[in-house]
Design a protein around this ligand. Structure first.
Ligand code: ZN
Length: 50
């Protein structure tokens, strides 16, 4: 059996999977996707990946 397509599925999930962020300004913890993540609480971009 040949399992073609597994790597594609993993790559797709990796791009869409949200990461856990912490806002350095208000200490809010949230999940974000993409590079330009803002804190949903205070709209700050001063966030880091947890
Ligand atoms: Zn914040």
């Amino acid at each position: 059996m040949c399992s073609v397509g597994d790597s594609f599925d993993i790559e797709l999930e990796g791009k869409l999977a949200p990461k856990n962020y912490v806002c350095k300004d208000c200490n809010n913890k949230f999940k974000g996707i993409g590079k330009n993540v803002k804190c949903p609480s205070c709209q700050s971009k001063n966030v880091e990946v947890k």
